[in-house]
Design a protein around this ligand. Structure first.
Ligand code: HEC
Length: 138
């Protein structure tokens, strides 16, 4: 990645030596476009359908149907998440990011899944939970 940035920087510097201002502009625009294209796209798009599988395997024991078998008021429904979920209740994180954080780190009687599930699996299960909650699917 660092090499790639150096490579782009080199191309950029070469372009600045170009005398024809139009060519120069075009080359710069292409470099910027290439950079945005390379770094702007997320490494993977969170996949709620894949997240459903992860949910059944890892979360349903305590959260079947979006409920909470251990702390019944802390469900996975939108209203409860807005009330209780760190990062989401104060609006500092999106619901997906707040769920991913909770899943990675755990809280109280909820185990931490960081290290047990990949970041991608956690992003997918978070996308699933957010979709279920925000679209009233539980
Ligand atoms: C062993 C039971 C257990 C398992 C397994 C479990 N959780 Fe939890 N979960 C809890 C408990 C207990 C809480 C409440 C924690 C607290 O606030 O002290 C909770 C809270 C949450 C919350 C916040 C709910 C709210 O209303 O604030 C989310 C989101 C959540 N869990 C998602 C998940 C996901 C996704 C998984 C699977 C990757 C999972 N949990 C697995 C027990 C569990």
């Amino acid at each position: 990645m660092v090499d790639y940035i150096k490579h782009l920087t080199n191309i950029f510097c070469e372009e600045l030596k170009e005398e024809n201002p139009l060519k120069k502009l075009l080359a710069i625009a292409l470099t910027v476009l290439a950079t945005v294209f390379t770094f702007g796209a997320p490494a993977f798009a969170a996949d709620a359908a894949a997240g459903a599988q992860i949910f059944s395997a890892n979360c349903a024991a305590c959260h079947a149907g979006g409920n909470n078998a251990v702390m019944p008021n802390k469900t996975l429904k939108e209203a409860a998440l807005k009330n209780f979920l760190a990062g989401y209740k104060d609006g500092s994180k999106s619901l997906e990011d707040a769920v991913a954080y909770q899943v990675t780190n755990g809280q109280g009687a909820m185990p931490a899944f960081g290290g047990r599930l990949s970041d991608e699996a956690i992003a997918n299960v978070a996308a699933y939970v957010a979709d279920q909650a925000q679209n009233d699917k539980w």
